[in-house]
Design a protein around this ligand. Sequence first.
Ligand code: PLP
Ligand code: COI
Length: 342
Amino acid sequence: MTKNIDWGNLGFEYTAADYRVTATYKDGKWSELKLTDDPTVHISECAGVLQYAQTVFEGLKAYRTSEGKIYTFRPDLNAQRLIDSANRLVIPAVPEEMFMEALDMLVKANEEWIPPYGSGATLYIRPFIYGSGPVIGVAPAPEYEFRMMCMPVGPYFKGGAKPIVIKVSDLDRAAPHGTGNIKAGLNYAMSLHAGEIAHAEGFSENMYLDAATRTCVEETGGANFIFITKDGKVVTPKSKSDSILPSVTRRSLMIVAKDILGLETEQREVLFEEVPEFAECGLCGTAAVISPVGKINDHGKEIAFPSGMEEMGPTIKKLYDTLTGIQMGTIEAPEGWIHEIK
Ligand code: PLP
Ligand code: COI
């Protein structure tokens, strides 16, 4: 049974599903996980998250396969990244086993919200941990909540697989050796103003350059870059200063490219100067999957990729088809990539 929803027309928006999983951290330990149907949280007005943005999160998806199974994709990497993010913001980490238990509980309880196979929609899962206890001097909060919620979503960018146009931002996303490599709410608060500017000017997203020298490509507000060279190599930027989020999608695509598609791959510094030389460009992430980029606007000067504005370039299309095939169970996954919930 699934909910009666127009799955094909969903955007990337919040819907309160029936259940979410929560646990609280108090006196040095995590409570048991529990399911609740209450979509509202009740916290101190002086909570660490409200005063000093002490919150970290994750994003992953559940997929219904053609055989009616329910898959999640490499959730162990999300569990580990949440631990890394938590450590950086002095938030008590949720151990991997607890994360996996919460994931199974959440997805099973909300099974009716998982979009049908082939509908174009998926179940987006958002785990997060935030400081719920009061602090007024700058310090870690005394208490925390871990919550995992989920919602059915469609494409992150309007138009789905249609190429988008992005701009080079004049504002920076992350400082060198700052928090760009973790999934902290504060990184996204930082990006809102630049995002509004881009949208007002008619662009879908921002390309951020490295903040120190503004010569190298880093990432966008919510996805990593992949580029395809004219001779078919897959290139992804490496940060000069550890300020790119280690995307699960990008790390997986680099393996898909090399081991399944037999393509050459490179993770290296990518100079902004060399971007016009690439044949294809895409943004990759859980929400974005792979969104092709048709053009990049650099202060009025346009970089137009040969793949054009009509459809994905051929190599990005192959990567997209293989990755989504693995996630939806039509292509055999590398060992350990699929966590089957049912
Ligand atoms: N970069 C940023 C800043 C993100 O917010 C995301 C989204 O999670 C990604 C990259 C893509 O990461 P992943 O593929 O793990 O979803
Ligand atoms: C994701 O892809 O899961 C993200 O978190 C990106 C964005 C929605 C913040």
